[in-house]
Design a protein around this ligand. Structure first.
Ligand code: CA
Length: 238
């Protein structure tokens, strides 16, 4: 059975284009244009993924997201938030909304499809889900429970609030500390080999992960950039 996607977007033309792109990919789609109707439609339609525009006329995307996450529902959908400007993303990410990923308008159809496939891709969960915990000197990632911690110098553990993609990226890094990754290898890990978008998309996710795990994201201690090569996660395996 094909996955169900609910599109919540107040501009009817954009909603229609997204619906067209996704139906072409074999997804089952429903769309609505208001926050309140999104909550209703969510209960009726039981989508696997919600594409949720941030700016909506009544309830905004953050409020819709919060209500869906708070409620005790049979189904916990993946939420891909759409924003108009990259500055909005920064604001949204800071609020820990419970969205799994974010996409800035305008975006290509390849990028949209890649993001949705990444969310639906459970391979990382399935393969690694048997009580697998990665420990490095500074991090602990519990793959089966989908929880990541930063080990503070005080000895305490700080829970990291990561999107699904950020979690998968950190899991990839801690599974092989000090390995050098090029963009292609990371993209294959996160999106699979059928990714057609710009390989710089990985840089965006790295930047967001750094904001959440590094003390000074401009001078990262853990996720190092190797110019002309890619990235390296620097930490000690324990
Ligand atoms: Ca809008």
């Amino acid at each position: 059975m094909s996955h169900k996607i609910l599109i919540v977007e107040d501009e009817p033309e954009i909603a229609q284009v997204i619906k067209f792109i996704l139906e072409n990919e074999g997804f089952n789609c429903s769309k609505c244009h208001h926050g309140l109707s999104a909550l209703y439609e969510f209960k009726q339609y039981q989508p696997d993924v919600i594409i949720l525009d941030l700016m909506l006329p009544d309830l905004d995307g953050l409020e819709v997201c919060a209500r869906i996450r708070q409620g005790n529902h049979d189904k916990d959908p993946y939420i891909l938030m759409l924003t108009a400007k990259s500055e909005e993303i920064d604001r949204v990410v800071g609020l820990s909304t419970g969205a799994d990923d974010y996409l800035v308008k305008p975006f290509s159809s390849a990028e949209l499809i890649a993001r949705i496939r990444a969310l639906l891709r459970r391979s990382l969960r399935q393969i690694d889900s048997e009580n697998l915990i990665y420990n490095t000197q500074n991090f602990q990632v519990n793959v089966s429970e989908r929880i990541a911690y930063r080990n503070l110098t005080s000895g305490e553990k700080q829970v990291l609030d990561l999107t699904t993609l950020e979690f998968n990226l950190l899991t990839t890094f801690v599974s092989q500390p000090n390995r050098v990754w090029d963009r292609d290898q990371l993209i294959k890990k996160l999106w699979g080999s059928d990714f057609y978008g710009d390989d710089r998309v990985i840089d965006t996710h790295i930047a967001r992960l750094r904001k959440k795990i590094e003390t000074d994201p401009a001078h990262p201690n853990f996720v190092k950039t190797l110019i002309g090569v890619g990235y390296k996660f620097q930490d000690r395996k324990i």
